[in-house]
Design a binder for this molecule. Sequence first.
Ligand code: GDP
Length: 290
Amino acid sequence: MVLDDLGTSLRSSLDKLQGKTRLDEDDVEEIVKEIQRSLLSADVDVSLVMELSDSIETRALEEEPPGGTTARDHVLKIVYEEMVALVGDSTALPLEPQTILLAGLQGSGKTTSAAKMAWWFSTKGLRPAVIQTDTFRPGAYDQAEQMADRAEVDFYGDPDADDPVEIAREGMEATADADVRIVDTAGRHALEDDLIAEIEEIDEAVDPDRSLLVLDAAIGQGAKEQARQFEESIGIDGVVITKLDGTAKGGGALTAVNETGSSIAFLGSGETVQDIERFEPSGFISRLLG
Ligand code: GDP
């Protein structure tokens, strides 16, 4: 069984198919409705939900279950395949020297994620460094330094400097011994022109191998505009979803993935540096449908 953590209503709709070898339109309609309900309450964008349910419906009605497969297993397989196509595989992250730029709004979890990712790379035998360029948020420097310390990784920042681009440039030189540099940037409460201008300059100064957009799992429809703007300004290669230890299911991040043509790189689920894991589709899909 590919999905083992389905919501109870979806599971009971599927269980009604037990013993059947063919699906009729009413069966498919009921299952598709349950899936739509789960995904919408997980904050997945309405048009993505509609596209997905159309594909599931068409396939479930048109494709013959292979011999020996029950209707239930057949439809479950279709649901899983279509969900995988929607959420995608995790963002490719070669275990080699690289620079990663983090973008996102204030409070999305960038500083925390920078230290977590550095910790994650250190467990893979690489030498990471965090470069903190946030001169906007009071306390950002101290927080980043403390977290880098807890992650036992190199750290560069300058609490007395006020030019983030200069800090980024100096940070790249100061961390020359590191393999993986993770560049944390300032956020704002909303997307403002100066934020975009600043991150474009930092992007130019550090020339990252990949740029990741950090999004709070609770983000709903707001994900679209943010993703579009960051994609336009620096290009987004992947998304980090934070705060998955809360009640939000993170479906809003799929809007960002769709908007940027990217994928999900990491999932964050707590405030300590170890609370991070690489994205893996099946657990996330079960969560969205749960
Ligand atoms: P930034 O402004 O984007 O750098 O955001 P921070 O990294 O400072 O995070 C904002 C708040 O969210 C802080 O209080 C973090 O401790 C908290 N936070 C970040 N990631 C997570 C997470 O995965 N789970 C929980 N529960 N809190 C998180």
